[in-house]
Design a protein around this ligand. Structure first.
Ligand code: GLY
Ligand code: MN
Ligand code: MN
Length: 446
């Protein structure tokens, strides 16, 4: 088997056993909360397309992925009972239409009591007999997949597991470093394709080739935006038409390793000049925010600090004028920067638990006026999150300011200058440390 250059396989193998130990401890507590004896975690079932006999790409249950580096194995069940070796009911369908999942191999099988089954009927034999003492975790659309387990996704257990998933184990950190390294290969290829004057579609293909992901393997749809398109936050097209001129390029694209994601954005100017200088200045602003990351920081405060920094930048560049307080209070910064500073990252790109104040389900709402902030927790060591300030010309939002004090603070001719470049976002993935952070993305670029 080819070991990819971005994966440190020995480090993963060395870290995996203690990852499983940690998961057992978390599930012990989750079961205690739920008053149950067994956690049964379903990998998931493929979902069919309406009126068709094709399925959507399979997306495994993130709870299942947290135990196992298996992202392409539907109808598997992981059974955890405290004090016992977890049982993996591994579904290898006898199917001549498709390739069945490969036999278990790699660094993970020795942690499990693996029972290979070839039909769903055989799953039942390997499940705990006392079904009323089980909880089932997963997306259950058919009673046939529940095997008589009635307690599905109890919130007491899920709250605890979701809160704790915010803090990554050594194994998960290693997967995520590798996911950053994987994505950086694509970012380099994409930057090259942009400089060569390619279309968004061709840049996207170069990215996919370099990371070795087909479209469906990406952690999220690539955002590949030339010129004005950079102002669309989740720009979803990849135009096959080359624009007349390449001015700017915003790419937000990641990679996955064993189900763990990276989520990286870079913005480029085609030529030296004022926009290139603005991108450099924005990169500094982003690094200043990264420098504030450490355990104990309230992420909502960091998001608000970002607004102050954006206000200062708007002043400095002449895009708007006014004190930071005035620019923030009059919604000018929110018009230029209408999303959150970042979010937890892990198996899901916008990972679970970002608004959880504790493991019992207490919710911390985003500050008023900042509904899109996905992370409101106090930062803890070994959380992984994104730091992604942005600055865009979004006319829909700027028009909302018409007639307000904010409108008068904006320099329209400067806005007209910036509009053809779309916007700027710089996004890194960082691991919180007691003091400071580890920047997975900058390390991968280095
Ligand atoms: N790629 C989506 C985000 O940055 O949150
Ligand atoms: Mn992000
Ligand atoms: Mn992103």
């Amino acid at each position: 088997m080819k070991i990819s250059s971005y994966i440190d396989e020995p480090a993963l193998a060395a870290a995996y056993p203690s990852h499983v130990v940690e998961l057992k401890a978390r599930h012990d507590r989750a079961l205690e909360r739920a008053g149950a004896n067994h956690a049964v975690i379903f990998s998931g079932a493929p979902r069919g397309v309406f009126l068709d006999d094709y399925n959507y790409p399979f997306k495994a249950n993130p709870h299942f992925i947290s135990w196992l580096p298996l992202i392409e194995t539907p109808f598997c069940y992981l059974v955890y009972s405290p004090g016992e070796m977890p049982v993996l009911i591994y579904y290898q369908e006898k199917d001549y239409w498709h390739v069945p999942p490969a036999s278990p191999r790699g660094f993970w099988p020795e942690q499990f009591d693996i029972r290979i089954v070839h039909s769903l009927d055989d799953v039942a034999k390997h499940l705990p007999v006392e079904r009323d003492k089980c909880i089932l975790i997963g997306e259950i659309d058919s009673a046939a997949h529940a095997f008589g387990i009635e307690r599905v996704n109890p919130v007491t257990a899920l709250n605890l597991l979701h809160f704790q998933r915010g803090v990554k184990t050594t194994y998960e950190l290693e997967c995520m470093r590798a996911a950053s390294r994987r994505a950086v290969k694509g970012h380099r290829a994409a930057a090259k394709a942009f400089n060569a004057g390619k279309s968004e579609f061709d840049i996207h293909l170069d990215y996919c080739r370099a990371v070795g992901h087909a479209e469906n393997d990406l952690p999220y749809g690539n955002i590949v935006a030339l010129n004005e398109n950079g102002a669309v936050l989740h720009y979803q097209h990849q135009s096959q038409v080359k624009p007349d001129e390449h001015r700017s390029f915003l790419i937000d694209a990641g990679g996955r390793v064993h189900g763990y994601a990276s989520d990286i954005t870079r913005t480029y100017a085609k030529t030296d000049g004022e926009f290139a200088d603005l991108v450099k200045r924005f990169d500094q602003l982003q690094l200043e925010l990264v420098a504030e990351v450490r355990a104990g920081v309230d992420f909502a405060d960091l998001h608000l600090l970002c607004h102050v920094k954006i206000a200062e930048l708007l002043n400095e560049t002449g895009i708007a004028s006014g004190s930071p307080e005035a620019l923030i209070d009059s919604d000018v910064t929110s018009a230029f920067y209408p999303h959150g500073l970042g979010h937890l990252l892990g198996i899901q790109v916008h990972d679970v638990g970002g608004h959880m104040g504790d493991d019992t389900g207490t919710i911390i709402d985003p500050p008023s006026g900042h509904p899109f902030l996905r992370l409101t927790r106090i930062l803890e060591a070994d959380q992984v999150l994104t730091i992604e300030p942005g600055l865009y010309v979004i006319d829909m939002l700027l028009e909302n300011l018409a007639g307000s004090p904010g409108h008068r603070m904006i320099n329209q001719s400067k806005l007209d200058w910036l509009r053809p470049y779309g916007g700027i976002r710089i996004e890194d993935n960082v691991r919180v440390l007691a003091e400071g952070c580890e920047n997975l993305t900058r390390d991968a670029f280095a």
